[in-house]
Design a protein around this ligand. Structure first.
Ligand code: AMP
Ligand code: GLY
Length: 413
């Protein structure tokens, strides 16, 4: 199959890297891609947010499958435009992508589907969580324990514009659970945990994600299957009932509270950087899996087995998340790879032959191994080899992986 990957981040590099291993692949293209993706795919300078040009590219390349990485083009209707012209697409329609594009819509869907999520509050009074309703690249959520924090959150969200959602503040470990969906069926991938805060010890502002590991101890294949029945499948049924079936990757951000799992958010695409930890563990032909989902044909497909553990550390620019970094020279990538780590490019560019920074999250370094400890040692040994001015990363990713979480899922709770 001829496949086009849309996007240019670390997630898309991991997706392209995994697709490239598929025996069913005959050609791999990416748009716009990045210097890391260029090692496994032919990159084309078309912006992900320009649906008309992307459609033109897909037609000229005569691709058999388009995999859309980021949320923005999905919310803008890229998958709809491609499907109208007969392309097989892995990624939801704009109507189904609202599950990520609007927190208020997601809550309506969950209420109708009987999926447990934090209660909505009428007033922003501490303790509470204040969120931007629309897309905010992981930066629109404020956990508020004091009135001063509420005031600051409302100020920041006013600056972003758009509606605000207030909900109860919950407590518990978080798990990211991805499921490949074909409109009615959901196939879970291995569980992962994301490190969203900017600094060690979960301090500082929320970011797109500073690191991840998989699998989460205590959240094994059986738990993933129960969670998918309690969370993803009812949401798929409700979206289908509303006439907007979800075809693509449905990502549930879960909190495992003392009262059971609660959905903090849905994303309509692979998570970044969890994808960089999850995909290296999977024993799967990713082209076949995503194409089957696109065709609505996951009936005979089971959850792909995952082997070993992975830890991903994000190397960010000095001022991320406030600001990205551009044009600083990067060294040491080949040394990191020589240790056996995978180095996924997130925000990089080439100035001539020189690899330079080009964004907030610059690289995602993944170590794999039999245990999380082995994977972690490799990821950090590799991360230390890489340098650019101001490089910054969390040193506590997977330092204390959730020790055998215990929780219970009651389907249809
Ligand atoms: P979200 O983008 O909605 O997943 O929120 C980002 C992060 O904010 C989550 O990963 C949690 O750490 C935190 N968060 C969001 N909602 C809540 C909540 N209701 N209670 C506690 N923490 C939350
Ligand atoms: N890692 C969180 C996200 O992709 O939204």
């Amino acid at each position: 199959m001829r496949v086009l990957v849309v996007g240019s981040g670390g997630r898309e590099h991991a997706i392209a890297w995994k697709l490239a291993q598929s025996p069913s692949l005959t050609a791999l293209h990416a748009a716009p891609g990045n210097p890391g993706i260029a090692a496994v795919a032919e990159c084309h300078p078309v912006r992900a947010e320009d649906p008309e040009s992307m459609l033109g590219l897909a037609r000229s390349l005569e691709v058999d499958l388009v995999v859309v990485g980021p949320e923005v083009p999905l919310v803008l209707g890229l998958a709809d435009a491609l499907r109208r012209f007969g392309f097989l697409v892995f990624g939801p329609s704009a109507a189904a992508a609202r599950i990520e594009g609007s927190k208020a819509f997601a809550k309506d869907v969950m209420d109708a589907a009987g999926v447990p999520c934090p209660a909505r509050l009428a007033l922003a009074r501490p303790p509470c969580v204040v969120k931007a309703d629309g897309l905010a690249a992981g930066k629109g959520v404020f956990v508020c324990r004091t009135q001063a924090e509420v005031d600051e959150a409302l100020r920041a969200l006013r600056a972003l514009g758009g509606d605000v959602v207030v909900e109860e503040l919950l407590d518990g470990p978080e798990v990211s659970l991805f499921a490949v969906c074909d409109g009615s069926r959901a196939v879970p991938l291995v569980s992962a945990q994301d490190f969203k805060r900017a600094y060690d010890g979960d301090e500082g502002p929320n970011t797109g994600g500073m690191g991840a590991y998989a699998p989460v101890p205590g959240v094994g294949p059986g738990d993933c299957a129960s969670l998918v029945s309690a969370v993803h499948e009812p949401v798929l049924a409700e979206l289908a009932r509303r006439g907007s079936p979800f075809v693509g990757l449905l990502y549930a951000g879960l909190m495992l509270t003392a009262d059971g799992p609660r959905v903090l958010e849905f994303n309509c695409r692979f998570g970044d950087p969890e994808t960089q930890a999850i995909l290296p563990l999977l024993d799967v032909d990713l082209v076949q899996l995503l194409a089957a989902a696109g065709r609505g044909d996951l009936g005979q497909v089971g959850a792909p087995p995952a082997h070993g553990s992975a830890v991903t550390v994000v190397l960010a620019g000095e001022h991320y998340p406030a600001q990205g970094d551009r044009g600083s020279g990067i060294t040491g990538v080949a040394d990191a790879e020589a240790l056996g780590a995978l180095v996924f490019h997130a925000g990089t560019a080439l100035h001539g032959e020189r690899l330079v920074t080009n964004g907030g999250r610059v690289l995602a370094v993944t170590g794999t191994g039999p245990t999380i400890g082995d994977a972690r040692s490799l990821a950090y040994a590799a991360a230390e080899r890489i340098e650019f001015p101001g490089v910054r990363y969390r040193t506590d990713v997977a330092a204390a992986p959730a020790a055998g979480l215990t929780f219970s899922v009651v389907a249809g709770e």
